[in-house]
Ligand binder design. Structure first.
Ligand code: N2P
Length: 375
């Protein structure tokens, strides 16, 4: 009995010793990891797999915490979380500037951006408010950009290959022949924009009758066509052949093509991308929120993303278009000169960026909620 007690006591002491050692080593590890956190908030599937590790190697004083969002509207309510770098689209950036939620950048800390930003981005129209459009680059640096079009399997969808008429192109998404086989982005402006462009209206209309028509169309699409709704998941559904057509950012078309090759389905699927006239082009931009805790690290990250090798790796991996002029020069000319991915300034003038203001927010959100709520 005494022996047993002694043994138990010994065992307890040993266990206690191990626990103390573990706690001490945990404290020691935390203490020795003196790296400062850098919290990044980006779209899903929107960075090359090794970019973060490469950054941590290049700037060992920072430890990246990486979070993702699905679309601009789901990102917005989370901004109280003190991220250091966020990457919303330009219309959301315009809103964040006017609300004072992002801070002015220190360009002296961004030499790679100064050297490598495609000059086109110094003069494009980012938003309808000229004052904000003109000062956009003081607050935000283009990361990647894209156009919005239709991806479709030409073997299964009946669409004349030369058309860019929005009625014909988007008509595929409202055609009952493709019931259960089309994809719609779970993203407010893209969904409503497709319907408006199809109806022949500006994707920036504030006209109530036009907006109601778009809403009705999307509601009846939901009932009669039953689209798959999502963002990144749609790429897999297109590549596997589950869907025949979908609204798509141009970059997603590139990824779908890669996945079709991986699945060895190139003989079966002829996946094309068509950019309808009057559609959207958009640019996702790196910004530093006003409540960021690691402003120096955020500048270091933005600058790192403009290293041509890093920018090239990212645009190849995620398929979107790079505003880094040196990286673009290293791309296959078949891609770098394709106007659906790299529209000229003249072509861009035929497309629209999304405008933003409280009125847009209110009217478009009402429609988006009505569509989401309907069964
Ligand atoms: C989603 C990235 C989408 C960015 N993977 C479009 N602005």
């Amino acid at each position: 009995m005494v022996m047993e007690m002694k043994k138990n006591r010994k065992g307890r002491l040993a266990a206690l010793g191990v626990a103390v050692l573990m706690a001490a080593s945990a404290i020691f590890c935390v203490a020795c990891d003196s790296r400062k956190e850098l919290v990044i908030y980006n779209w899903g599937d929107y960075i090359a797999e090794d970019t973060v590790t490469r950054f941590e190697k290049a700037c060992p004083q920072y430890k990246v915490v990486y979070r993702t969002f699905e679309n601009n509207e789901t990102m917005y309510p989370n901004l109280n979380n003190a991220y250091d770098v966020i990457i919303p689209s330009e219309y959301m950036v315009a809103r964040l500037i006017s609300e004072g939620r992002i801070q002015e950048l220190d360009w002296s800390k961004l030499p790679n951006v100064t050297n490598n930003l495609d000059p086109m981005f110094r003069s494009v129209t980012y938003t309808q408010d000229k004052d904000i459009s003109d000062k956009m680059l003081e607050y935000a640096i283009p990361y990647l950009y894209c156009t919005v079009g239709l991806v479709y399997d030409a073997n299964r969808v009946d669409l004349p290959s030369s058309t860019t008429d929005p009625k014909e192109v988007w008509g595929v998404l409202f055609d009952e022949r493709y019931k259960n086989q089309i994809g719609m982005y779970n993203s407010m402006r893209e969904s409503i924009g497709v319907a408006l462009n199809y109806c022949g209206y500006s994707i920036n209309t504030l006209d109530d009758a036009q907006l109601q028509e778009a809403e009705k169309l999307l509601l009846s699409q939901k009932i009669w066509i039953s689209p798959s709704r999502g963002v990144d998941i749609l790429k897999d559904k297109m590549a596997s052949g589950e869907l025949v057509a979908s609204v798509a950012w141009s970059g997603d078309h590139m990824v779908i093509l890669d996945r079709i090759r991986e699945l060895e389905k190139t003989d079966e699927i002829d996946m094309r991308f068509v950019l309808p006239s009057g559609s959207n082009w958009s640019v996702d931009m790196m910004c530093i929120p006003t409540n960021a805790k690691n402003v120096a690290g955020a500048h270091a990250f933005i600058n790192f993303m403009y290293d041509p090798e890093i920018a090239l790796a990212n645009c190849r991996f995620v398929g979107y278009s790079t505003p880094n002029i040196v990286a673009r020069g290293m791309l296959d000319p078949k891609i770098a000169e394709n106007p659906a991915y790299y529209p000229s300034v003249e072509k861009l003038a035929t497309l629209e960026v999304y405008f933003s203001s409280d009125e847009y927010e209110k009217k478009y959100t009402e429609i988006w909620e009505a569509i989401g709520a309907s069964s």
